[in-house]
Write a protein that binds this ligand. Sequence first.
Ligand SMILES: [Zn+2]
Length: 308
Amino acid sequence: MNVTIYTHPDCLNHRPGPQPDFAPARLLAVETALRRLPYPHLQWRTAQPATPANLLAIHTQKHIDAILQPIAPGTTRHYPPDTDATAGTASAIRAAAGLALQAVADVVSGKHQSAFCLCSPGGHHAEVEMASGFCFVNHVALAAVYAQQMGMKRVAVVDIDVHHGNGTQAMFWNYPERLFISLHESASPTGHTHETGCAENILNIPLPPRTGGGKYIEILKHTVLEKLHAFAPDMLFVSAGLDAHQSDPLGNLFLATDDYKTIGSILASAAMTLCNGRLVSILEGGYNLSTLGNAAAAYITGIIEAQS
Ligand SMILES: [Zn+2]
């Protein structure tokens, strides 16, 4: 399957402490690894930043005003309990959301088959009116809702970040035509199996610490694919957090780099079978700078080499 990578230099402007270089370094680690991939047909493109009006599809005006208001250089705005913004964050928020919207427009129109958006900050913890977990705008939910506005009736998100995508779950809960499936470490405060949405449209799969690739991929091949087939989405999205990697400092799952290739391949095959190949993946977490890029490259390789 062909993949187009979406990136915007303003995403490098998000530089929260305590290590101001860490967020841009994450993004650069992924981009560097993807640019080394030996696929000449891998395309790169950018997008216009999202407007505040674009964000109203999933967030309140109050929240949008709060996260986009200017911050003086050298100062930090704190969103309890764990999310910080600095002077460049607003431009990064708009750029990252713009990538997600453009990717949807291009995939739905058929211009590109599959997309991977290098978004920073991340998105899946952001709720309708709350920044949370280093996230301000929920890119994957924004993308999925935009796809529905473009005529994709049924949309599904598979969240492979080690943390539960509480924001996406909340935004999907009351909408039977939005399916949210999350595999995450069981330590997450939300994401229990009894949280199933208004129409069994939420599937949470909490995994015990130290769960490795064998078990993870077995669940993906059976439980997740069965749910996807039963739901029959018109378009598939992936919250592509890479922090379930065994080396990640913020998680305790034990995926190896090569497991991400298998995951990409399984999800891309599902998109080809169920959604005419319409697949948009969005970068979420991943915090080990020395393994993050290779995990992203493995995931993209899996998509490119996937068979329907
Ligand atoms: Zn995470």
